[in-house]
Design a protein around this ligand. Structure first.
Ligand code: DER
Length: 236
């Protein structure tokens, strides 16, 4: 499909430009675009990859690394990472992102912060001006399970009357549980709020029981978007 081809081209372009010979510690994000990142890194050859270690951003990311026979490392062994490549749910004109559609944003943000260079790869659907325009499910917020009911009340009061606990739709009764054993609340905010994502991030982060917020502000070096006509758009 054009979306898959767009993801693949974005991932290949970003790897070719940002995963260079001298890079030894490489962070691998989560979602459906990063498998193409791993594919392109594997294609760089065993000689290069033998001296590298790959840091996952969750269970799915770890499986990708292991299945590709790449060397697995952990962020506590390698607190500084040369480059991390990850997906996003939406990216605004300033490279601020909504992340957490896959409920992996706590470890993703740890690796984004630990990376000298953090690069986003996505298809054209994620390329936006103001957050919330295309990704309408709300800001993903990882929360401590015993605090979720209080947090829903506080988020409703803060400005998200539509905030809800993320329920598993299929194959599990009850709420989604993250790799860290936490719940996720999806909190939609109106455009006024989403025009100031850093301010919104701070306000949400301060609420008791919040573990991490799926707003990544001022962290990305560049964003690569595969386009529907087989090209790539780059924001930096
Ligand atoms: O949850 C996330 O932030 C993931 O990176 C994910 O949402 C990225 O989306 P993708 O599956 O379209 O790459």
């Amino acid at each position: 499909s054009t979306v898959e081809a767009a993801k693949r081209f974005a991932a290949f372009t970003a790897v070719d430009r940002h995963v260079l010979q001298q890079h030894k510690i490489i962070g691998i994000g989560s979602g459906s675009t990063v498998p193409y990142v791993v594919e392109r890194i594997v294609a760089q050859g065993e000689d290069l990859n033998r001296d590298r270690v790959f840091i996952p951003t969750g269970f799915q990311s770890k499986e990708l690394i292991v299945k590709a026979n790449l060397r697995l490392g952990d962020v506590d062994q390698y607190p500084t990472i040369d480059v991390t490549i990850d997906g996003a749910d939406e990216v605004d004109h300033d490279l601020n992102c909504i992340k957490g559609g896959g409920a992996c944003h706590l470890r993703e943000k740890v690796l984004a912060e630990a990376a000298e260079t953090w690069v986003i790869v996505a298809d054209y659907r994620k390329n936006s001006q103001v957050l919330g325009t295309t990704y309408k499910a709300g800001v993903p917020i990882e929360v401590a399970p015993f605090a979720y009911a209080k947090l829903l009340q506080n988020l409703h009061r803060l400005g998200s009357p539509g905030a809800v606990l993320r329920m598993a739709q299929t194959s599990k009764a009850g709420p989604i549980v993250t790799d860290n054993g936490n719940f996720v609340i999806d909190a939609p905010f109106d455009e006024e709020w989403m025009k100031e994502p850093h301010d919104l991030l701070t306000k949400i982060k301060m609420l008791t029981g919040v573990v991490e917020v799926g707003l990544f502000c001022g962290m990305a070096e560049a964003a690569y978007f595969g386009t529907a006509d087989g090209n790539v758009t780059i924001k930096w």
